[in-house]
Design a protein around this ligand. Structure first.
Ligand code: UTP
Length: 300
């Protein structure tokens, strides 16, 4: 059993999925590059990792990986043009993403599932606990979930998943946790996990959302995890094994997140995220809110 309380410094961001819900936009562009207002979704996620103290970021990429790598790399030509124009604001926006974190990339040859994508990170991560952030979930920076999860890992060891209470009618869209209360209001001990159950089968209304702090023992479990739902190697199945057998890599706890989250993997939620974030922006918000108000009253 791994009980290391080592500090967490590495973040893994799986970005090798096919993004079929956004076709044709994602035919030649990774869905993580779709803009949320004026930044690609993936940049919010890398910023969140860095804010939580994880400045070593490994991205698991697949086909169409170039735009992801380019976004976090320098673009000397563009920088020079903006410098020549004396446009310091735009220059700093261009430099921001390349200065954010130490980026690493690994290729997932075939998108064989989220569990398989995480397994591709094993050589980079080594024997340290690490975080996994899914680009589909944007967590509002005012509600620091990952920091809370790393605290729970320091306290209990093992692995920590992020959970959110959802309408039971929607639980079939998520992994679902059976959990027991602990002394802390926002922490539960996970005893079982089921991937996308029907409302009748679901052990609770606690849905797994895209943030994980994992013990490295998960790699050994993933190596032995057979393809599950959809023929894919499911991270949920490996975590279910860990939850059922804590001697393998410590317990699995859940942090129940009650903050603001935007699911940008779904087209409707993606649009809602953009409207919400645009409304809250100091530069764009006032004009956009005024337009939205008149659009809703006059045209809807
Ligand atoms: P999703 O289940 O949302 O799949 O993956 P997807 O392919 O990205 O999107 P749709 O459903 O076809 O529209 C959840 C996360 O896991 C990553 C995805 O990039 C996404 O961040 N993933 C999934 C991988 O990196 N590799 C895989 O084999 C599968």
């Amino acid at each position: 059993m791994t009980t290391s309380r080592a500090q967490i410094t590495k973040a893994v961001i799986p970005a090798a999925g096919l993004g079929t819900r956004f076709l044709p936009a994602t035919k030649a562009t990774p869905k993580e590059m779709l803009p949320v207002v004026d930044k690609p979704a993936i940049q919010y996620v890398v910023e969140e990792a860095v804010t939580a103290g994880l400045s070593d970021v490994l991205m698991v990429t697949g086909r169409n990986k170039r735009p992801l790598e380019d976004h976090f790399d320098r673009n000397y030509e563009l920088e020079q043009v903006l410098r020549d124009k004396g446009d310091a604001t735009k220059l700093s926006r261009v430099e921001e993403s390349s200065d954010l974190a130490t980026m690493h990339y690994v290729r997932q040859g075939n998108p064989r599932g989220l569990g398989h994508a995480v397994l591709c990170a094993a050589p980079h991560v080594g024997e340290q606990p690490f975080a996994v952030l899914l680009g589909d979930d944007l967590i509002d920076p005012r509600d620091p979930l990952l920091t809370r999860m790393t605290q729970v890992r320091e306290q209990h060891g093992g692995s920590v998943i992020a959970l959110m209470e959802v309408d039971p009618d929607n639980i079939h869209l998520y992994g679902c946790a059976a959990a027991e209360a602990t002394g802390e209001d926002d922490v539960v001990k996970v005893s079982d996990l089921v991937e996308k159950p029907s409302a009748a089968e679901a052990p609770s209304n606690l849905a797994i959302i895209g943030r994980y702090v994992l013990d490295p023992a998960v790699f050994e479990v993933l190596r032995k995890t057979e393809p599950g739902r959809g023929g894919e190697i499911q991270l949920t199945d490996a975590l279910q094994t860990l939850a059922a057998e804590p001697s393998l890599g410590g317990p699995v706890h859940g942090v129940v997140f009650r903050g603001r989250r935007y699911d940008t993997g779904d087209r409707g939620d993606y649009l809602r995220a953009i409207v919400r974030l645009a409304c809250e922006r100091e530069d764009l918000g006032p004009d956009f809110r005024a337009w939205l108000r008149s659009f809703v009253t006059e045209e809807m």
